[in-house]
Design a protein around this ligand. Structure first.
Ligand code: ZN
Length: 315
């Protein structure tokens, strides 16, 4: 069984995913991540009664989240686990709709001494394996910043706020302060976008895709409905990455073109700037240079998203 599982995966890795290591232990994945396939195979070919021990052996703790009025059957594998403290659930933002969550020990809000999985008492082992696999990734050092998710959310909200205001009133771009603010907002998102997609969005999709492939109907963890939901979830995550990327791309392109065209119109005296507004040729050029720099950075991310889409349909 083990050999039957391992052989096709190794072949697929050769054909579809470049390898980081000649011994094929680390699969190189979109967003420059690598995944420890040895751990992946170990966990997906384990026996359910060994599952918790195996996860613990890899240095990851598992805590059970108690459901008040469970509508689904309780998972016996999780029955003996220590219950997650309410305080931790609150700090990790684990809510009623969540089945599982991996909380890194580096999370600044949770104060943990080891990586910890919060798992709902009714969750399937499949979901527990999903959470555990987050720990088998080797991510780029930048993305390890524990507050990246929260910081990105703030930056993205800020970009949307400025973008909406400028779409409503494009002539605000005649004002140097508005131009400074929109550039800052765009830079804030572009600077963190790679990490944000790498850590949260791409990993979700990659894990679901790998489990879909490796956990077949003969595997004790197989659950057809869970797999379908997982594949939908993965697609949703990729679409979310595309949507964030597109918002950044369209905003930067639109502001760049609008500033360029305003500068033309001022020179031709089609527009007479109001008091406080001014846009010289030099200012327009520097705005464009800043925009082009961000578009170059975005192109790298766009390529990784393409790679992620390919991975999702071909792996
Ligand atoms: Zn996940």
């Amino acid at each position: 069984m083990k050999i039957a599982l391992k052989l096709p995966v190794a072949l697929l890795l050769l054909s579809n995913v470049a390898l980081a290591d000649p011994n094929m232990r680390w699969a190189r994945l979109p967003f420059k991540q690598t995944l420890d396939m040895e751990v992946v195979h170990e966990i997906t070919s384990s026996k359910p009664e060994q599952l918790i021990n195996l996860i613990n052996r890899h240095g990851v703790k598992v805590l059970r989240v108690v459901t008040k009025n469970p509508k689904k059957p309780l998972n016996p594998t999780l029955a003996g686990l220590e219950v997650a403290p309410t305080e931790l659930l609150k700090n990790a933002e684990f809510d009623e709709s969540d089945d599982g969550q991996m909380v890194a020990k580096s999370d600044p809000y949770c104060n943990l001494i080891q990586d910890t999985i919060l798992i709902r008492d009714t969750a399937l082992n499949y979901t527990l394996i999903h959470e555990f696999l987050h720990s088998a990734f080797n991510v780029s050092p930048d993305s390890k910043r524990p507050d990246i998710d929260m910081k990105f959310r703030l930056a993205y909200n800020r970009l949307n706020k400025y973008k909406d205001a400028l779409f409503r009133e494009p002539t605000n771009l005649l004002n140097p302060l508005w131009r400074r603010d929109i550039l800052d907002a765009e830079k804030g998102v572009v600077a963190m976008l790679f990490s944000r997609i790498e850590l949260t969005l791409s990993q979700e999709a990659i894990i679901e895709r790998i489990l879909f492939k490796l956990i077949d109907p003969n595997n004790p963890y197989f659950d057809g409905d869970r797999q379908n939901v997982g594949m939908e979830y993965g697609r949703f995550m990729i679409n979310k990455a595309i949507s964030i990327y597109s918002t950044a791309f369209e905003t930067i392109t639109w502001t760049k073109n609008t500033v360029d065209s305003f500068e033309d119109q001022i020179r031709l005296r089609y527009i007479i700037p109001l008091k406080g507004d001014h846009l010289t040729k030099t200012q327009a050029l520097s705005f464009q240079a800043a925009s082009d720099k961000m578009l170059t950075e975005l192109a790298v991310i766009g390529k990784e998203i393409e790679g992620l889409k390919r991975f999702y349909s071909n792996w």
